[in-house]
Design a protein around this ligand. Structure first.
Ligand code: PEP
Ligand code: MN
Length: 338
């Protein structure tokens, strides 16, 4: 249930609504926008609550039942787009933020060289996996703590925030020490203990869409993070599993438009994991920006042929540089910048 306050509602009016909700056993989340305050009333029993409970209170403009399973990530709760400040980089605003780097951190020269190259081409955030979700338990699983250290070192040297995946609730504390942005991978989108733990962190978090999740399921997972208090949730469309098998996954362009229509959260697109092949990455990256994505997450490797993970879909430095030149033009054409 969403209680929208009138424009001139006082702090006392807002507090009274919150107090009333809490006394009835509900949780609340407050969003104070530039125009008005909105209070989400949360709990499994809101269905039994009459809208009049709050409708009659001073300062209340409207009370709406949200029939969607997700609430906190919805535009009903927060009409204005969320813009996050990540060490001075604004995500969700006019700038299209490019995050780039290798699938996995492999060595100090590899991550450092990549950081330099992607920064020079215009990327502002460095990606690199230290804990890797692999289909086979016998494949390279990432350098773990050593990988986090190398990633953080490269980020510090190049003055770039870093994004890296956390797979296990027990590792959240460790990963948070090194990462500027946490990443929840597609395979963990509905790992609720992990969502709860990351939700308690006050670290910006990329929530990848599961390869088999509807938008509703994805946004509901985002609500887990938001409900625990992590306000900086970044949605990431990375392709879903369809019957089509010429690409690794099918990038859901509808999801780009629908996310911007239905949610206030910033949306980035990962063209690399959808494409599965470096030759397809530019087309998807270009489409994503044209369709309204707020950022991109792209895999780049100094020598894709020798990459330990995802070499086929990784761009080399020259290809990344070329792509960035075109992306800057596209961003400009749609009223944005890179
Ligand atoms: C990744 O970003 O390297 C990754 C494993 O992505 P996803 O979770 O989307 O498969
Ligand atoms: Mn990868």
């Amino acid at each position: 249930m969403i209680v929208a306050m009138k424009k001139g509602a006082t702090k006392q009016d807002i507090d009274n609504v919150i107090k009333n909700a809490r006394s009835l056993g509900f949780d609340i989340q407050l969003n104070v926008g530039s125009e008005k305050a909105v209070i989400a009333i949360l709990g499994s029993a809101t269905g039994q609550l009459s809208v009049d409970t709050f409708g009659v209170m001073p300062g209340v403009d409207s009370v709406t039942r949200i029939m969607k399973p997700y609430k906190l990530s919805s535009k009903e709760f927060k009409a204005e787009d969320s813009v996050f400040d990540i060490q001075g980089i604004k995500l969700g605003g006019k700038q299209v933020v490019v995050m780039a780097g290798p699938c996995a951190v492999e060595s100090e020269p590899q991550i450092l060289e990549t950081a330099k190259a992607v920064k020079e081409a215009g990327a502002t955030i460095l990606r690199g996996g230290a804990f890797k979700p692999r289909t086979s338990p016998f494949s390279f699983q990432g350098l773990e703590k050593a990988g986090l250290e190398l990633l953080a070192k490269a980020g510090a040297e190049l003055d770039m925030p870093v994004v890296t995946e956390v797979m296990d609730p027990r590792d959240v504390e460790l990963v948070m020490k090194y990462a500027t942005i946490l990443q929840i991978g597609a395979r963990n989108m509905q790992n609720y203990p992990l969502l709860r733990e990351v939700g308690r962190a006050r670290t910006p978090t990329v929530l990848k869409r599961s390869l088999a999740a509807t938008i509703t399921e994805w946004f509901s997972a985002a609500d887990y993070l938001l409900a625990e208090g992590n306000q900086q949730v970044i949605l990431c469309e990375r392709g879903i599993r369809t019957f089509e098998d010429t690409a690794r996954f099918s990038l859901d362009v509808c999801a780009i438009g629908n996310t911007k229509r239905l949610s206030h959260l910033p949306l980035i697109v990962d063209p690399s994991h959808a494409a599965g092949h470096f030759e397809l990455v530019p087309a998807l990256a270009k489409a994503a920006i044209a369709a309204g994505a707020d950022g991109l997450l792209i895999e780049v490797h100094p020598n894709p042929q020798t990459a330990l993970v995802d070499g086929l879909q990784s761009l080399n430095f020259a290809n990344f540089q070329r792509l960035m030149t075109v992306l800057k033009q596209i961003a400009q054409a749609v009223g944005r910048s890179i």
